[in-house]
Every structure is written in C-alpha cells, then in structure tokens.
Design a binder for this molecule. Structure first.
Ligand code: ADP
Length: 140
C-alpha cells in the first residue's frame, strides 16, 4: 500500500482522532503516503452564485486550506508527511475523484459524525463505500 486518502469533515472534527490514528498506523506499517482531503460542499452554487461575490469560492478554498492545515498540525504526528487537498463539489464524488487521481490504495474515513450514533453509516461514508474502486476502511 503506497497511498492512503483520509477525507476530513472540518465541520464535525470532534471524534476524528481515532480515524486519524488508524490512518497513521496503516501508513506507518506500509511506509505509505498520507493525503488529507476536505470538500467544500456544493449546495447548488449555480442558484446561489449570483448572490455571492465572484471571489467567494476562491476565499472559501483559501480559508478551508488554512483550516485543514491547522487540523493536520493538531491531529497528525509531526514526523508524518501529510499532503492537504481542498476541493469544491459533491462530497462523495470529490472523495472518489481525488482517490482515483492520486491512485490511492485505500480510503480511511469515519463512519459518521459522533453525535449521530443512531445510524451506522453516514450518507457520504455509505456512498464512498458503494462507489469507490479502492478498499475503504470505515472507523467506528
Ligand atoms: P455524517 O452525516 O454523520 O457526518 P458522513 O457520511 O457525512 O456522515 O461523514 C462520514 C465521513 O465522510 C467523515 O468522517 C469524512 O471522512 C467524510 N466527509 C463528510 N463530509 C466531508 C467533507 N466535507 N469533506 C471531506 N470528507 C467528508
């Protein structure tokens, strides 16, 4: 295994340490590269687009990149090289696109946000498990 992708939902980052720790352990075992990805969800930008300034998505990408870098610095071990990616679009589609683009061997993700304990697999985790060509490790 050479490349592991870890999709990170920065809006619900509490409880993600367990997922990060699993990804790091797998990466260390195989000497694999780690990639962290946050997707800025697309809530139908063509509809709201006219209400936002033109540089809205550019600023959102900049701010999200800074937030992801801070998350990585706080939650991944300092000696681990992590490449950050920020995309804009439909969450599960972007996760799959980035995984394919990186030729990732595995996706490691949390099953759902911690507050949602009454269902076993969140909507994005379910779609990634169903559609990804790679193995997906779902952390509970
Ligand atoms: P829930 O609705 O309970 O948050 P999800 O399926 O959306 O369930 O979340 C499970 C996992 O999906 C997250 O831990 C993360 O790996 C991935 N995910 C969700 N939203 C995003 C996002 N905006 N960017 C990257 N990954 C995400």
């Amino acid at each position: 295994m050479k490349t592991i992708l870890v999709p990170i939902d920065l809006a619900h980052e509490s409880g993600l340490q367990k997922t990060v720790d699993h990804a790091v352990a797998l990466a260390r075992m195989d000497g694999a590269e780690l990639h962290a990805l946050t997707v800025i969800p697309d809530y139908g930008m063509s509809l709201v687009g006219s209400f936002f300034p033109k540089n809205f998505s550019e600023n959102a990408v900049k701010e999200t990149t800074a937030a992801l870098e801070a998350f990585v610095a706080a939650h991944f071990p300092a000696d681990m090289d992590v490449t950050e990616h920020v995309r804009h679009g439909t969450i599960y589609e972007q996760i799959i696109e980035v995984a394919n683009g990186l030729k990732a061997d595995m996706i490691v993700m949390a099953s759902h946000r911690p507050e949602m304990s009454d269902y076993l697999l969140g909507p994005n985790a379910a779609r990634v498990v169903r559609h990804a060509r790679q193995s997906v490790t779902v952390i509970r």
